[in-house]
Design a protein around this ligand. Structure first.
Ligand code: SF4
Length: 238
C-alpha cells in the first residue's frame, strides 16, 4: 500500500518507462485503492485504452459538471462501449440551476475559481475519499506549472499519491498512440479545441497559441485547481 511506497525511488525508477508499465506497477502496488479521474482529453483516452488493454482493475470516473459539451458526453459513452468498461459520473451537490439560485446565474463568468471549487474540486475530493492514489493524464510540456511533475509524487492537496504515466510524453506521442490504436477521441479536437473542459469556459485556440489558451479565455486562470504545482514548489518526489 502507499505507506510502503518510496515515492522518490519509485519515481526515479519509473522515469522513462512505458506508460503501460507504469500503470501495471501502480495497479500491482495499489490494487483497488487506485483510481483514474478522466476529463476525456486525448491523453485521458490513451490512458483508458492502456488500462483496458492491460485488463487492469482500476476504478474510472469523470467529473460531470453538468456543463460538458455534447461531444464529450458522446465520447464518454463511446469509450464505455468500445472497451466494455464503466466510467462513473461524479456530480456536484447542486445542479447548474440550483447553483444559479444560490450564487446567481453564470457563476463561471463572475467567479470561475468558486465555480470550479463547487463543481470540480469539492466533488473530486469526495470521489477520491477511500482511494490511496489517483492516476492523472498530465504532461510536463502542457504548462509551466506542470513542468515539474514526476511519474509518482505526493499530492498534498488531496492527501494521495499521484501517478502520472504520460508525464514525459509529448503532444505527438499522444496523437501517435491515438491514431495507431484507433482510440476514440473528442471530435472537437479537430475543430480547434486542443483542451476541452466545460463549454462556457472553453474557446477555440488560434494558430500559434498555447494549447490551453482557450480555457477561461481572457483570464489568467489556466487550471481548475486540480493539478497545480505552485511556482517554486518542489514536488516531494524530487
Ligand atoms: S470550468 Fe467553468 S463552468 Fe466548469 S466548473 Fe470551472 S468555472 Fe465552472
Amino acid at each position: 500500500m502507499t505507506r510502503t511506497i518510496d515515492v522518490a525511488t519509485a519515481s526515479r525508477e519509473l522515469e522513462g518507462r512505458p506508460a503501460a508499465e507504469i500503470l501495471r506497477w501502480a495497479s500491482r502496488e495499489l490494487g483497488n485503492k487506485l483510481t483514474f479521474a478522466t476529463g476525456f482529453g486525448a491523453e485521458g483516452c490513451v490512458i483508458i485504452d492502456l488500462i483496458a488493454r492491460e485488463g487492469l482493475p482500476v476504478d474510472l470516473f469523470t467529473l460531470d459538471t453538468g456543463l460538458l459539451f455534447p461531444e464529450t458526453y458522446e465520447l464518454w459513452h463511446k469509450l464505455e462501449g468500445r472497451y466494455g468498461i464503466m466510467i462513473r459520473g461524479v456530480r456536484p451537490s447542486h445542479t447548474v440551476e440550483q447553483q444559479a439560485d444560490e450564487h446567481g446565474p453564470r457563476l463561471w463568468e463572475r467567479d470561475p475559481d468558486r465555480c470550479c471549487e463547487l463543481r470540480k474540486v469539492v466533488p473530486l475530493r469526495h470521489a477520491l475519499a477511500g482511494f490511496d492514489a489517483w492516476i492523472t493524464a498530465i504532461r510536463r510540456d502542457q504548462t509551466a506549472e506542470r513542468g515539474h511533475a514526476r511519474v509518482v509524487e505526493h499530492d498534498k492537496k488531496f492527501g494521495l499519491l499521484k501517478i502520472n504515466p504520460l508525464v514525459a510524453w509529448t503532444h505527438d506521442d499522444v496523437w501517435g498512440h491515438v491514431y495507431a490504436r484507433d482510440v476514440p477521441y473528442n471530435p472537437l479536437h479537430d475543430r480547434g479545441y486542443p483542451s476541452i473542459g466545460c463549454h462556457p469556459c472553453t474557446a477555440v485556440v488560434l494558430p500559434g497559441e498555447d494549447a490551453r489558451a482557450g480555457r477561461w479565455r481572457g483570464r489568467s486562470k489556466k487550471e481548475c485547481g486540480l493539478h497545480v504545482i505552485q511556482p517554486g514548489e518542489v514536488p516531494d518526489a524530487a
